[in-house]
Design a protein around this ligand. Structure first.
Ligand code: PEP
Ligand code: MG
Length: 752
C-alpha cells in the first residue's frame, strides 16, 4: 500500500497549497478530502467539524454520499466520530460496523465500508473536529498511517484556525475559549490590578509546520531535547533550588519527562511524517493537552501540566526564545502570569508597566510574593489552571484584596472594578495630599511614622509615603531573593543606596533574620521539626559568626561618617545582646586597626519578639540604645499560634486585653528606662490597631509603606487623651477592645 502513497511530506505541501489557493471554503475542503483519500489510498475521506461544542457536522467528504454533507450530524460521544471527539483519541477498526458505538446514518451510504480510521483535529488540546478515512476491505491501518493522518489533522487544525475556511467552527471554538471566567487564589500582594495578560514564559507560535528537510528537523529536535535535558540537570544541581518542597518536585518531574524515551520518540515520529521540529513538539503536546483536560485525578493532571510546561520550554529552546516576557515589549498595564517565578525574575520587569501578578503556585510566604509586595502590585497566587485558559492580551482583573482573578471580565464586572480603582485612586490622592502634613494628633502629640523595607525597590516609597525614616530594614530579603550569598561588597552597596535614599533620616538595619519561614535555599540547613522555634536569627549569628561579621563589616563600611543603627532579631536573653554587641565592637576595632573610617555614631538595639525577654526588660533596656516590638513573632509565641497558618490567622485578636496589657507593660518599662521604643509588626499598619497602640502610649510605629497614608489620616483626627479615657486601665474582664475602639472611631469621625 505504501508504494502508492505520494508521501506524507508531499501531501502536507499539497494541502497547504490547496488551502492557500483561490476558491471558496467548501471547494477547498472538497479538494482536501480528495487529496487525503488518494494519499491514504482510502475510498473515503471525511471531515467533521464541531458546531456549538455539541455537534459534529460532516462538512466535506470524498466517497460518502455528497448529499450528506452539512446534513449528517453526530453528537459528541455519539457514534465512532463522536467518540473520537469526546476522548480526543484516534480510533482504528478493521470492522467498524461491529463496534458497539457504530451509529448508522443511511444518508451517508457508508455501510459498504468496513475499515475505519479516525483522528481528532486538535488545537491547543481542544477538539475542532474529526478526520476520517474508510476502506471497503477489512484491513488494519498501520501505525505509520495513523501517525500520518494525525499530522494531516494537525495541519488542518492550524489552517482552520488561521483562515476563514470553516469560520463558524473557529469562531465557536474561540468564543468558548474566550468566555468570562472567575478564578480564586490566595492574596500575595494587596491592591487592584486591571490590565492585559502577559505570559511570563511566552508561548511560541509555531507558524512553520511543514519541513523542508526531514533530516535537518530531526537533528534540530534531537539537539533541542539534548539542551532540555542539560537544562533540567543544571537547575536541579543549582544550589538555589530548595532541597525540599513543591518547586523541587516539579523540577524532578521535568527531568523525568525530559529523559522519557517515549515522549522523545513520539516527537521524532511526528518529524518523520513531515513536520518541522517545532510542529512535532506541538503535535505531541496537543495530544497531551487533550488528555490533561479530560483527567480528573489532580496528581496526574499536575504531571501532564509539567509535561506541558516542558514542551513549551522545548519550543522556546528550538526557536531561540528562551528569555521571559520581561525582555519583550510590554503593554502599559501588564498582568504577568506564570506557573511559578523566582523573585529576581519579577524584578526584571519594568515596574512602571506592571499592574499585577498571577501565579498558579506560590503562596504568600514565597520570595516572589515578598517582591510583589515591595513593588506594590496586586498579586494572587495558587490560582490553579489559569494558564490552561488564558491567552496573551486577554483582559484581566487581579483583585489582591479578595484573592479573585477575573479573566475576560464582562462589562458589569469591569465597571464595578473601575469604580473601586477610582475610589482607591481618590484615597491615594488624599494620602498624597496629607503626605507633608505633620503626623500630629488633634491634642498635639507628635507621632513618628516609619516604614518597613527590605529591598532596593522599596526605596521610592520613602518619599512617596512620607515616612520619617525606616523603622525596620529586613536585611534578609536581599539574601532571600539572591541565587547565592550576596558578597560583602554587594551588601555594602545595597546598604549605601539605602542610606543615600534616606537623606539623613534614620534607618534601622536589622541583622540577618534567617531561619523559621525565612529560608535561604542555598544555605545548608538541618531539618528542624519546628523551624520557628529553631536555629534562627541571632542564634545562628552567634553560633556561626562568619556571616554576621561580614554583614556588620558591610554595614560599617556603608555608614562611614554617618550614624548607623543596627538591631538584632530574636533576642531571647540579655547575654545574646551582649555577645552580638561584642562582635560588633570587634569589627569596629578591626576597622580602626586597618585605618578605615567607621560610622560617626553607632546605636545598637533589639527586637522584642520572644516572650522570655519580657521578664528581663530592665536589664535589656540598660544595655540597648533602642528597642522595637516585633509583634508578628511576639504574638505567635504569646498565643502559641503559627503566624503563617491561615486557619489560625483570625483566631486570636491583637486587640484582646491580654495583648494590650503586655504591650502597655513593655511601653511603661521602656519609658521608665528612657529607652526609645517602636513597634514594627503588621499591627502597626492597621488603623484600628495603630490607634490602640497610640492609646497605650507607643508613639513610634513602623509599617509597610501603603499603610502610612491611612494611619496618618486616622491619627490626625484622633485625640489621644480622649482615647485613653475610653481605653481605661485595661483592667476590664472583657475579651477584646476591638468593638469599643471601632465605636469610638465612629463616634469621633476617625477614619479607620
Ligand atoms: C515581627 O516579628 O513582628 C517583625 C517585625 O519581624 P518579621 O516579621 O520580619 O519576623
Ligand atoms: Mg520577627
Amino acid at each position: 500500500m505504501r508504494g502508492n502513497l505520494i508521501g506524507p511530506r508531499v501531501l502536507l505541501r499539497r494541502l497547504r497549497e490547496a488551502m492557500a489557493g483561490a476558491g471558496d471554503a467548501q471547494k477547498k475542503l472538497d479538494s482536501i478530502v480528495v487529496l487525503i483519500a488518494s494519499n491514504m489510498v482510502a475510498e473515503v475521506c471525511s471531515i467533521y467539524v464541531m458546531r456549538d461544542n455539541v455537534d459534529l457536522e460532516l462538512v466535506a467528504t470524498e466517497g460518502l454520499n455528497p448529499d450528506a454533507v452539512h446534513e449528517t450530524r453526530l453528537k459528541v460521544g455519539e457514534g465512532l466520530v463522536g467518540q473520537i471527539a469526546a476522548a480526543a483519541e484516534s480510533l482504528s477498526l478493521s470492522d467498524a460496523q461491529s463496534h458497539p458505538a457504530f451509529a448508522y446514518r443511511p444518508e451517508t451510504g457508508e455501510e459498504i465500508y468496513h475499515s475505519f480510521l479516525g483522528v481528532p483535529i486538535l488545537r491547543g488540546g481542544h477538539t475542532l473536529g474529526v478526520l476520517v478515512v474508510q476502506n471497503r476491505a477489512r484491513r488494519d491501518y498501520s501505525e505509520e498511517e495513523v501517525e500520518a493522518l494525525q499530522t494531516t489533522a494537525m495541519v488542518l487544525a492550524e489552517m482552520i484556525a488561521a483562515s476563514d475556511v470553516v469560520a463558524p467552527v473557529a469562531e465557536a471554538n474561540r468564543s468558548r475559549q474566550r468566555s468570562i471566567r472567575q478564578l480564586h487564589g490566595t492574596v500575595l500582594g494587596e491592591g487592584l490590578g486591571l490590565g492585559h495578560a502577559v505570559l511570563h514564559e511566552p508561548r511560541v507560535i509555531v507558524s512553520n509546520l511543514i519541513a523542508e528537510d526531514a533530516s535537518i528537523e530531526l537533528s534540530r529536535l534531537n539537539e533541542g531535547i539534548g539542551n532540555l535535558r542539560a537544562w533540567t540537570d543544571q537547575v536541579l544541581l543549582r544550589r538555589e533550588v530548595a532541597r525540599t518542597g513543591e518547586h523541587r518536585d516539579v523540577l524532578e518531574a521535568y527531568r523525568m519527562f525530559a529523559y522519557d524515551r517515549g515522549w522523545a520518540n513520539r516527537m521524532r515520529e511526528a518529524v518523520g511524517t513531515g513536520l518541522t521540529a517545532e510542529a512535532a513538539v506541538e503535535r505531541v503536546q496537543n495530544d497531551n493537552r487533550a488528555r490533561m483536560m479530560r483527567l480528573t485525578d489532580p496528581y496526574m493532571r499536575e504531571r501532564l501540566h509539567d509535561l506541558d510546561d516542558l514542551s513549551n520550554r522545548l519550543l522556546r529552546l528550538l526557536s531561540g526564545h528562551v528569555v521571559t516576557a520581561a525582555g519583550e515589549d510590554l503593554p502599559d498595564d501588564a498582568i504577568v502570569i506564570a506557573r511559578n517565578m523566582g523573585p529576581a525574575e519579577l524584578l526584571d520587569y519594568d515596574s512602571e508597566k506592571l499592574r499585577g501578578l498571577i501565579l498558579e503556585e506560590s503562596g504568600p510566604g514565597s520570595h516572589v510574593a515578598i517582591v510583589a509586595r515591595a513593588i506594590g502590585i496586586a498579586a494572587v497566587g495558587q490560582v490553579a489552571g489559569i494558564l490552561d485558559d488564558v491567552e496573551p492580551g486577554d483582559a484581566i482583573i487581579v483583585d489582591g484584596e479578595a484573592g479573585d482573578v477575573h479573566l475576560r471580565p464582562g462589562a458589569d464586572v469591569e465597571l464595578a472594578y473601575a469604580d473601586k480603582v477610582r475610589f482607591r485612586a481618590e484615597q491615594q490622592a488624599r494620602y498624597r495630599a496629607e503626605r507633608d502634613l505633620p503626623a500630629t494628633t488633634l491634642d498635639g502629640q507628635d507621632i513618628t511614622l516609619l516604614m518597613n523595607a527590605g529591598l532596593l525597590v522599596d526605596l521610592p516609597h520613602l518619599d512617596e509615603a512620607g515616612a520619617a525614616g525606616i523603622g525596620l530594614y529586613r536585611t534578609e530579603l536581599q539574601f532571600m531573593v539572591a541565587a547565592r550569598f550576596p558578597r560583602m561588597e554587594e551588601q555594602c552597596q545595597a546598604y549605601s543606596s539605602i542610606l543615600n535614599a534616606a537623606h539623613g533620616m534614620p534607618v534601622v538595619f536589622r541583622s540577618l533574620d534567617v531561619g523559621g519561614d525565612k529560608i535561604l535555599p542555598y544555605l545548608r540547613h538541618a531539618h528542624e521539626e519546628n523551624p520557628a522555634l529553631g536555629w534562627r536569627a541571632i542564634r545562628m549569628a552567634l553560633d556561626r559568626p562568619g556571616l554576621f561579621r561580614t554583614q556588620i563589616r558591610a554595614l560599617l563600611h556603608a555608614a562611614r561618617g554617618q550614624e548607623l543603627r543596627v538591631m538584632f532579631p530574636m533576642i531571647t536573653e540579655v547575654a545574646e545582646f551582649d555577645q552580638a554587641k561584642d562582635l560588633v565592637n570587634r569589627e569596629l576595632r578591626f576597622l580602626a586597626e586597618h585605618g578605615h573610617q567607621g560610622p560617626s555614631d553607632i546605636k545598637l538595639g533589639t527586637m522584642i519578639e520572644v516572650p522570655a525577654i519580657l521578664w528581663d526588660l530592665e536589664a535589656l533596656f540598660e544595655r540597648v540604645d533602642f528597642a522595637s516590638i516585633g509583634s508578628n513573632d511576639l504574638l505567635q509565641f504569646f498565643w502559641a499560634s503559627d503566624r503563617g497558618n491561615a486557619r489560625m490567622s483570625d483566631r486570636y485578636d491583637p486587640l484582646s486585653l491580654p495583648v494590650l496589657r503586655m504591650l502597655r507593660d513593655i511601653q511603661v518599662r521602656a519609658d521608665t528606662a528612657g529607652t526609645p521604643l517602636t513597634l514594627c509588626g503588621e499591627m502597626a499598619g492597621r488603623p484600628v490597631e495603630a490607634m490602640a497602640l497610640l492609646g497605650l502610649g507607643i508613639n513610634s510605629i513602623s509599617m509597610a509603606p501603603p499603610s502610612i497614608g491611612p494611619v496618618k489620616e486616622m491619627l490626625r483626627k484622633l485625640d489621644i487623651g480622649q482615647l485613653q479615657e475610653m481605653m481605661g486601665d485595661l483592667s476590664d474582664s472583657g475579651k477584646s477592645l476591638r468593638q469599643p475602639l471601632e465605636d469610638f472611631a465612629k463616634a469621633y469621625n476617625i477614619p479607620i
